[in-house]
Design a protein around this ligand. Structure first.
Ligand SMILES: Cc1ncc(COP(=O)(O)O)c(C=O)c1O
Length: 424
């Protein structure tokens, strides 16, 4: 374990080292800010001392308010931010020489590293600006035939729903929507529901791995297995799954998966990934003009033009730090923080929680009887400087609460006290 931690540490500043330019000293400096012993301890979910130390030492988080809206994007750990700053300086100082002579080879190495992290081949991924771009490439490039149907539900992310609705408007497909129960008793109930909704024309299921609305985690691998038997593909939206919960991408069994690196991996904003199983690449239509790349080369889908070098160069650093943090530890901590508030607010009869406690991780949502969600979120921010966000959900909507690894249990308790006072 100790050895593998050391290896991760060596990867920090890797983007800088890989360039071969005289920036290696900076990489060393970045590594020096990390003490491996900080990550050696058990780091149990309820070990406030451990998590406070990590938060204090490795994250520069505003003290002016309590951020319970970490579903938008994650704060970069300090060593990652440092690497990012160095990468920006490097790309800027070196100019076109960097872009022409160094970056092409460097970007190949970075892609390989990201693919290794995701346990897939680098011939199966492209780096995008975000999950929206990744999933649009999959949705709009999918080889639909006239009459094909797509299955979506109200907990899917609105941009993906709209991408499918756009195809429907253009007469390419028919979209069938159903209501996912907000509080399914277990995974079997979810799978059964999908079975019932499938028609003999269903070609694709949009599957949101972790809902951005109520945090519901769906059993992707089990749904994929069921769908595959019927010749149905999943386009899986794992924007919120990567880094928040542990999973093995190849074992998901989904041939098309879009992910984010700037939500739970801690990368600078502007990086996502699209995974397409190698033998499915050939049939995909390209979205950005490219007539020269081979049909079976996933690069044909990534003709983006000039990309944000420094954001991409920092990917090895954010992966290295995320590995140090350990996704198993992260997920247990996030679940614990969520459980503190949800368990307590469930007891209040003017509050309705709309997230299944054990089929969710960091993200969970609630509503207050007879109160508009925007007013509740406003009250929390104006009266208590606690940032949450109201989300559309049915008639009432809901208020989404998302702690992160740098959130203290005390902050969650302050939120609980504030909302109890309001909902009395
Ligand atoms: C479930 C889900 N999918 C996709 C996205 C899109 O992510 P991005 O805006 O980074 O493209 C989000 C963003 O919040 C999301 O929650």
């Amino acid at each position: 374990m100790q050895n593998s931690r050391k290896k991760f540490l060596q990867q920090l500043g890797a983007g800088l080292v890989m360039t071969g330019l005289p920036a290696i000293a900076s990489a060393k400096k970045i590594r020096a800010t990390i003490d491996l012993n900080d990550f050696d301890k058990a780091g149990n979910a309820d070990d406030e001392k451990y998590w406070k130390r990590i938060a204090h030492k490795y994250y520069d988080v505003s003290k002016d308010y309590i951020n319970l809206e970490n579903g938008y994007y994650g704060i970069q750990p300090k060593p990652v931010l440092q690497a990012f700053e160095k990468n920006i300086q490097l790309a800027n100082r070196e100019g076109a020489r960097f872009a022409r002579k160094i970056y092409p080879e460097l970007s190949v190495k970075i892609k390989k590293e990201l693919a290794a992290f995701l346990q897939v081949s680098d011939e199966e991924i492209i780096i995008t600006r975000n999950a929206t771009e990744a999933l649009n490439i999959a949705i709009q490039g999918y080889p639909f035939k006239q009459g094909d149907e797509v299955l979506i539900n109200q907990l899917d992310y609105f941009s993906m729903i709209e991408a499918f609705r756009l195809l429907e408007r253009r007469g390419k497909i028919k979209v069938n929507a159903f209501d996912m129960p907000l509080l399914p008793a277990n995974e079997d109930e979810i799978i059964e529901l999908y079975k019932q909704q499938i028609t003999d024309k269903t070609r694709v299921i949009l599957l949101t791995h972790v809902s951005n609305i109520n945090g519901l985690i769906v059993p992707v691998a089990r749904i994929a297995a069921m769908a595959k038997q019927k010749g149905i593909d999943l386009i899986t939206d794992s924007a919120h799954a990567l880094g928040q919960i542990p999973f093995s991408l190849p074992e998901l069994g989904s041939d098309f998966v879009g992910m984010n690196l700037h939500k739970w991996i801690g990368n600078p904003i502007g990086a996502g990934v699209l995974y397409i199983k190698k033998d499915r690449v050939k049939e995909m239509n390209v979205l950005f003009g490219d007539i020269n790349t081979a049909e079976d080369n996933i690069g044909k889908l990534a003709h983006f033009g000039t990309t944000p070098f420094a954001v991409i160069m920092t990917i090895p650093d954010s992966i290295a730090f995320h590995k140090l943090m350990d996704v198993e530890k992260i997920t247990k901590r996030l679940h614990y923080l969520k459980s503190i508030w949800i368990d307590e607010l469930k007891q209040v009869n003017t509050i309705e929680t709309v997230s299944p406690r054990d089929l969710s991780c960091a993200i969970a949502s609630f509503g207050v009887k007879d109160k508009k969600t925007a007013d509740v979120a406003d009250y929390l921010f104006k009266q208590h400087t606690i940032l949450t966000v109201n989300r559309a959900l049915g008639k009432e909507g809901c208020i989404r609460v998302t702690p992160s690894v740098y959130t203290a249990a005390d902050e969650i308790k302050k939120f609980v006290a504030a909302i109890k006072e309001y909902a009395r």
